[in-house]
Design a protein around this ligand. Sequence first.
Ligand code: 5RP
Length: 233
Amino acid sequence: MSDPIVMMKQEVGKAAAARVKSDSIVGLGTGSTTAYAIQYIGERLQSGELKNIVGVTTSFQAEVLARKYNIPLSTLDVVDRIDIAIDGADEVDPQKNLIKGGGAAHTQEKIVDSLAEQFIVVVDGGKLVDKLGSTFLLPVEVIPKAVVPVMRKLEQLGGKPELRMGVKKAGPVVTDQGNLVIDVKFDSIDDPATLEKTINNIPGVLENGLFVGVTDVVLVGEIIDNKPVVREI
Ligand code: 5RP
């Protein structure tokens, strides 16, 4: 059997891509699950099943994939709406609030996803949590000069901050905007809406990975009887 996580991601990506209608402007998220949605949107365009789609990307990764699968692209300067956005998440709570930013793309993701008429989140079952912050650190994008004072403020808020370091790259992760990411461990995020605003109010913070009240639909990939199935929340 292939890797069950990969199977869940593929199935959920396909289910989200199937919800895209012709003549629409589509927000294209970031991450390994959304990558399958982008692939399937491209395949539906190629087969003629889908017509007249324009993508608006949330990262350099999404842009590269969209070009690979021949999805025409535009930007927020040009389009007047986003009909549907598809994006992954690192944690999803029962109110459909999210932690995002595992790929350091949460700033552009929040802009595009929150503009969408319908925002669909694609995850595997392991991302569902009772409370945000249970399994994943909260990513905060910070202007490089402000890293030290922002870390101090995050500690005062009860967090344990660490600068995200690159893999196969010496030094810290640099975002698509040229900033750095601080990952913060909070023992418990009881009020995500307040924490989202409080962190964004620290001078030097560009955006944090709490997405509160943005999600319309969550598609969850699960393996049942050795087969991948998709459940909608
Ligand atoms: C990137 C994100 C991703 O959507 C999130 O990390 C989920 O990624 P994956 O589908 O690879 O698990 O927020 O900033």
